[in-house]
Design a protein. Structure first.
Length: 157
């Protein structure tokens, strides 16, 4: 986002200078009674290019900002997602504690407060364990549903 903001500042500066140049050029042409659009057309084209670039950068910056907001929103939902994942995996708090190296009481306390007091290191470890369990469960489900799809394919020579 910072890079785009810097680009925006540079483009706005160039655009401002070009607009000032166009006004001066138009004034000079008017002073001399000339009507030479050939001199102003390249400036107009460059102004149009910079305006379009400014618009594209602005859209890109808005997209980045929206992605960042979504990422923050997703992070806020992580604790609730961990609780739901544990339940969907069919794990009790005791089982979850065994898998993550915590006591049932610790799991219960963390879940009660939606992991607000957990350290980042432990939170990442717990999230990784849940992610692996979900991944492994998905693989087991595929093997159960499509047993032939997981067999090694042998090619004939």
């Amino acid at each position: 986002m910072l890079k785009v903001a810097r680009q925006q500042i540079k483009i706005k500066g160039k655009l401002s200078r070009l607009l000032a140049l166009k006004r001066r050029l138009a004034g000079l042409l008017d002073n001399f009674g000339l009507d030479d659009a050939d001199l102003i057309t390249p400036v107009d084209l460059k102004i149009e290019q910079l305006s379009q670039q400014l618009l594209r950068n602005s859209l890109s910056e808005n997209r980045e900002r929206d992605n960042f907001k979504q990422a923050l929103f997703d992070c806020a939902d992580l604790p609730r997602a961990l609780v739901q994942a544990r339940i969907s995996l069919g794990w009790s708090q005791s089982e979850f504690g065994r898998y993550t190296g915590m006591s049932k009481q610790q799991v219960s306390a963390y879940e009660k407060n939606y992991y607000s007091s957990i350290s980042l290191r432990r939170f990442l470890r717990v999230a990784n364990i849940v992610q692996q369990a979900i991944s492994n469960q998905s693989i087991r489900e595929v093997k159960q549903e499509w047993p032939d799809s997981t067999k090694e394919i042998k090619t004939s020579r």
